[in-house]
Design a protein around this ligand. Structure first.
Ligand code: AMP
Length: 190
């Protein structure tokens, strides 16, 4: 089984690349952000809980997020593997993911981080705000907050997978095709 974590700050291009990679490798793409937005759109209880955090650029609490992720994985018993996008975002989530996969005799194959400088991220998110309809893209203060949360809470996840020798960094600046090629080079060499 191929279990890839596509990692990187908001605006790094995870969603764009995941959509392309899922077809190439026949993986199930799981984006916790997309799943939360689906719940908000459908007015579920989980959506109502998540919305307040998301609109402020804060992380949804680990307990809710981990439970959601596990139930989404369990919905796909036929999967050849997963492409995790936007999860794990804290060390606790990483540990929970590893333990969950271990309980199924599986493990993460690689964490691949898209590297993009902060100024470029802000430009990309401001551009995305014009079409995404996302509350959290529209306000520069919320964007700042999301980048700060990434630095403080999410970046330590890199160290977790570096210790396990599963970390790969990829330059996230270039054309979509160039970046896809960089990612597939890493995956094909696993
Ligand atoms: P994204 O679409 O990945 O940019 O996520 C949008 C928002 O959803 C984030 O700013 C968080 O509020 C929430 N979110 C998504 N994934 C997670 C996660 N793994 N842990 C906590 N909150 C998350």
């Amino acid at each position: 089984m191929l279990h890839i974590i596509l990692f990187g700050p908001p605006g790094a291009g995870k969603g764009t690349q995941a959509a392309l990679l899922q077809d190439t490798y026949s993986l199930v793409h799981l984006s916790t952000g997309d799943i939360f937005r689906y719940h908000i759109k459908n007015n579920t209880e989980l959506g109502a809980k998540a919305k307040a955090f998301m609109d402020q650029g804060q992380l949804v609490p680990d307990s809710l997020t981990i439970e959601l992720l596990q139930s989404e994985v369990e919905k796909h018993p036929e999967a050849k593997g997963f492409l995790f996008d936007g999860f794990p975002r804290t060390s606790a989530q990483a540990e929970a993911l590893d333990a969950f996969l271990a309980s199924r005799n599986q493990k993460i194959s690689a964490l691949i981080a898209l590297e993009v400088a902060e100024e470029e991220l802000k430009l990309r998110l401001a551009e995305r705000a014009k079409t995404s309809g996302r509350v959290d893209d529209a306000d520069p203060k919320v964007i700042e907050n999301r980048i700060a949360v990434y630095r403080n809470e999410t970046e330590p996840v890199k160290d977790h997978y570096k210790k396990l020798n599963l970390y790969h960094g990829v330059d996230g600046v270039g054309s979509i095709n160039e970046i896809t090629t960089r990612l597939t080079n890493v995956i094909d060499a696993l």
